[in-house]
Structures are given as structure tokens and as C-alpha cells.
Design a binder for this molecule. Structure first.
Ligand SMILES: [Zn+2]
Length: 448
């Protein structure tokens, strides 16, 4: 019997991630952007318009990151050695205030190029308060699966005037963006309502964000319990712990992703689990900003869904999921001993659990017939991936961004043989150099 299809990925070890521990030699057939079949052993009698070689490699679901800020990419390597609130006030907010539309686009191009070439096919992303359409346009063009929203800010210490919004206008802007972009590019783009955090949003704004999301079936994302000074201020202003306060304004639930979840109250893990709220663990950023270490094994034990994310380029300073997996797979040993997290659990956070956290578990996050063809192929011949052994151990403890060979999103090859295809890399570099110079000059004027 002969089968024709658009694309076949041949000759690798398939790690489908529908169940922890499963892997087998096989090929993946793709038709119309969807996985048509996954064979056990070599596919026979298949003629495909395009073939990708995965010999000696690992064929994985594309990685999912549930917390990034691609718009911050031009500030990378320029905001080191600060804790969260100073990092925001002295660097990140002045930078976001100084961005114009072209800078926003260049930052998004850089962030998305890094995500795709390091194997992340789906991201939940925070914008800034303005020009967010330029981020969606870039995501549409570059081929990533992207859930994103403009950030809301209508109060806060040290917020530049250019970022401070009027409450109803902030909500109206998000509503217009969501109606324009949610479901575009064949459903590859989706909207998420994105209040920055409790300290930069009035209660009225947070309640409005939750209502806007529920009225439209959009996700809610915000930051929570990242830093001790932040949680102390939330309690001083609201009389509640950070998670309890977000719960009181409607910002918990199975359609909510909270980044960080480090400084929790004793009742919080139960509240998060009961409400179905997901936590995105960001160990790279949490270490760099000296924020603390979320007790992920305890949250998992309580039944909380955990995803992974690199957070912002200026607080990490990279967007590679491999850095986050390596840290998540080792960091918790300090508190819980050497069996704190199984590498399969970590790999699940970076794939299946991340997709479920952002409401995309039915279409991506695992390799299964009928799901979208979002795939990352790793070269298995890298020195730190040898010799062959348990795939999750190889990937979580051994792999790095240089091992990513091919990347497919929605059936489209966006990275082939380590080269970005969906946009000319040198064009991105020239946009980045030009925009970084322009935004730094404007930032100095604003601060002066
Ligand atoms: Zn963040």
C-alpha cells in the first residue's frame, strides 16, 4: 500500500510525550499541517513532497514555554545585577517606554528567532502597553504558535508616564487587539489578557481583565509571588497574600497562568490546585534576579499544573528551554534530595503540561495522530547526548540549543539543518542593531 503526504520526518527515535517513559524508532508523516501517522519502525511505501532526515536523532513535540517577553529582547545584557523591583523601575520600564513600533518589531523578531531555533514552537508571551500589533504581525510572519497580549498598567511606583494607562482605555485596547488577532493564521495566534502584576494594576483593572477574558474565551496571564518585596507590598496595599488577592479579583482558574509562584502562603498550593490555576516555573530568571526558588515538587504534590518559561531576555539572559529544563531538573535537589524531579516530569513541563497550561493541550504538546504537526528534531550525535540512554536524561541533563536540527510548526519547516527559514537571519540582525541603538538613545533621554 502506498501513502502520499506533505512531509515525512524519517529515521529518529520518536519521544511522543503522551506518556512519560515512551520512546521508539519511527517516522512521522504530516499532511495539511497535522500529524497523519506515526510509524513504529521505518515507514514503507510512503511518498512525501518533502523529507526531513532525523537519523540518530530524537523527534519530540515542539517545546512549549508558558512565560516569555519577546518585546524585551533589545534590553538583553543591559539590565544585570538587580532585584525585581529595581530591575523594573530602573531598566525595564524606561526601556519599554522608549520603544517605538519599529523597535517592538525588531525585538519580537530577535525573540522569536531565538525561540524557534532553540526548538520552542509555542510561547505564551507578554507584550508592553503599546504597539502590540507589531508583535502579532511578526509572529504571524515567522511561523511560531503564539499566545500573547498587551500588558496592562494603570498604577505603580516609578511607572514612566508613557506606560501609565487609563483603566477603561487599557481594557478597550486589549479588547480591540484580541478581536483582531485571536484565531488568526489558522488558529496559530491567540490572545491572552495580560495584567503585568498586582502592583501595577488597580483592583478595577484586574477585575476588568478577568471579565474581558471570560467574555471572550481568552487566557489570563500575570506575574505572582515572584519577589519578597513585591509580596509584602501587595499585602500592605490589599491586606491579602498575592495569590489570595488575585483569586479575589477573578485572576485564578483553569484559564489562568501565573508566572513564578515562589513566595507562597500555606493555603496557596491548595487554592491553585482546586482552581486549576497553572504556575509557570522560571528558574533561570528567578536565580538571576535573586528572587528565590519555587517549591515545584511541593506544588506538583498538591496537584498544581507546572509549565516552564525563560521569562524576559534581560532577566535570564537567554530564551533557551534547555537552560530551564536543566535548572528545573537539578535545582530542587537542594531542598528535596537527588530524586526531587524525574527528568520525564521536567520534559513533560516543557511539552505536554505547558500546552495544557495555556489551553492548547488538544492540539499540541505531544506527538499524536490528528494533532498539529509541531515538532523539534534534535541531533543525537552531540557529545553530551552520547552514549544512547534514557531519552529524557539525555535531553534534560545533556542537550543544548546547538543540538536543535529541524523545527516544524503547523506542518511548516521553520528551521532546517539549524538554519532559520521563516525570516532571513541577517535581516533580523540588522534590524536588531539599528533598533537597539535607537532605543538606548531614547531611553537615555527619558531618564535624563
Ligand atoms: Zn515575566
Amino acid at each position: 500500500m502506498s501513502v502520499t503526504c506533505d512531509l515525512i520526518v524519517r529515521g529518529g527515535t520518536v519521544v511522543p510525550m503522551a506518556r512519560d517513559g515512551e520512546s521508539f524508532r519511527g517516522d512521522v508523516l504530516v499532511e495539511n499541517g497535522t500529524i497523519l501517522e506515526i510509524t513504529h519502525g521505518p515507514a514503507a511505501g510512503v511518498s512525501a513532497a518533502t523529507e526531513l532526515d532525523a537519523s540518530d536523532g530524537l523527534i519530540l513535540p515542539g517545546f512549549v514555554q508558558a512565560h516569555v517577553h519577546v518585546v524585551q529582547s533589545l534590553l538583553r545584557h543591559r539590565a544585570d545585577h538587580l532585584e525585581l523591583l529595581d530591575w523594573l523601575r530602573l531598566k525595564t520600564w524606561p526601556y519599554e517606554a522608549a520603544l517605538d513600533g519599529d523597535d517592538v518589531q525588531a525585538a519580537a523578531e530577535l525573540g522569536i528567532a531565538e525561540l524557534l531555533t532553540t526548538g520552542t514552537t509555542t510561547a505564551l508571551d507578554f507584550g508592553t502597553t503599546h504597539d502590540h500589533g507589531r508583535v502579532f504581525e511578526t509572529a504571524e510572519r515567522m511561523g511560531i504558535r503564539f499566545v500573547s497580549g498587551k500588558t496592562h498598567m494603570d498604577m505603580g511606583d516609578g511607572v514612566p508616564q508613557a506606560l501609565l494607562e487609563e483603566t477603561s482605555q487599557s481594557l478597550a485596547d486589549a479588547e480591540a487587539l484580541g478581536h483582531r488577532w485571536h484565531g488568526r493564521a489558522g488558529g496559530r495566534l491567540r490572545y491572552a489578557v495580560t495584567p503585568r502584576f498586582a502592583l501595577s494594576c488597580t483592583r478595577e483593572l484586574l477585575v476588568g481583565c478577568a471579565r474581558l477574558a471570560r467574555d471572550n474565551g481568552w487566557l489570563v496571564q500575570t506575574h505572582a509571588a515572584e519577589n519578597r518585596d513585591e509580596t509584602a507590598k501587595v499585602r500592605a496595599i490589599t491586606g491579602l497574600g498575592n495569590i489570595a488577592y488575585l483569586d479575589s479579583v477573578g485572576c485564578t482558574g483553569s484559564d489562568v497562568v501565573l508566572a513564578h509562584g515562589i513566595h507562597l502562603e500555606p493555603d496557596d498550593p491548595g487554592l491553585l490546585a482546586r482552581s486549576g490555576t497553572s504556575i509557570c516555573h522560571c528558574p533561570g530568571a528567578n536565580l538571576k534576579l535573586a528572587s528565590g526558588i519555587a517549591d515545584v515538587p511541593a506544588l506538583l504534590e498538591a496537584g498544581v499544573r507546572i509549565a516552564l518559561g525563560a521569562d524576559g531576555p534581560p532577566c535570564n539572559n537567554r530564551l533557551s528551554i534547555f537552560h530551564e529544563m536543566s535548572l528545573a531538573g537539578t535545582l530542587h535537589n537542594l531542598r528535596h534530595g537527588p530524586r526531587a524531579l524525574n527528568p520525564w516530569s521536567v520534559l513533560a513541563m516543557a511539552t505536554r503540561e505547558g500546552a495544557r497550561a495555556i489551553g492548547l493541550g488538544e492540539i499540541t504538546g505531544t506527538l499524536e495522530t490528528g494533532k498539529k504537526a509541531d515538532m523539534t528534531v534534535l541531533d543525537g550525535n552531540g557529545w553530551s547526548l552520547l552514549p544512547e540512554a534514557d531519552p529524557a536524561s539525555r535531553i534534560v541533563y545533556g542537550a543544548g540549543p546547538g543540538d536543535v536540527r529541524h523545527v516544524i510548526v503547523d506542518g511548516r519547516i521553520v528551521v532546517r539543518e539549524r538554519t532559520l527559514l521563516s525570516m532571513e537571519p541577517d535581516t533580523i540582525r540588522s534590524h536588531v542593531h539599528e533598533a537597539a541603538r535607537a532605543v538606548m538613545a531614547r531611553m537615555e533621554e527619558l531618564v535624563a
